[in-house]
Design a protein around this ligand. Structure first.
Ligand SMILES: [Zn+2]
Length: 115
């Protein structure tokens, strides 16, 4: 399952940070994900809740921000964004395009309780 492997790497990164910095409680996590990665944010939150059980991130609010896909079109020479993951020019519909962004996966916000 795609969501599982992505969430697993996010969980590992959070656990590593907690160990290194010494955080004992994570309150909120916001992940940003490029729209080319077809993920189900609710499913990721569900998986994260299971993976983070008995860790500092147990019970943390987990949310996902989807980033638009940015595409450059060789046919009409325009750069545009799409909300879906269709690999196609948003202006003219050509498939003669290249991906500029849309594959991001990063922890954008990590809110912790200090002390
Ligand atoms: Zn085009």
């Amino acid at each position: 399952m795609y969501e599982f492997s992505l969430t697993h790497s996010v969980n590992n990164a959070v656990q590593d940070l907690c160990r290194q910095v010494g955080w004992n409680k994570v309150r909120r996590i916001l992940i940003k994900i490029g729209g080319m990665r077809k993920v189900n944010p609710e499913l990721m939150a569900f998986i994260f809740a299971a993976l983070s059980k008995d860790t500092p991130a147990e019970g943390a609010i987990f949310s996902v921000m989807m980033l638009p896909v940015t595409i450059y079109c060789y046919s009409c020479k325009r750069t545009g964004t799409r909300e879906d993951s269709e690999f196609m020019c948003p202006s003219c519909g050509s498939r003669n395009v290249k991906l500029i962004s849309g594959l991001e996966l990063a922890i954008e916000v990590l809110e912790v309780e200090s002390g």
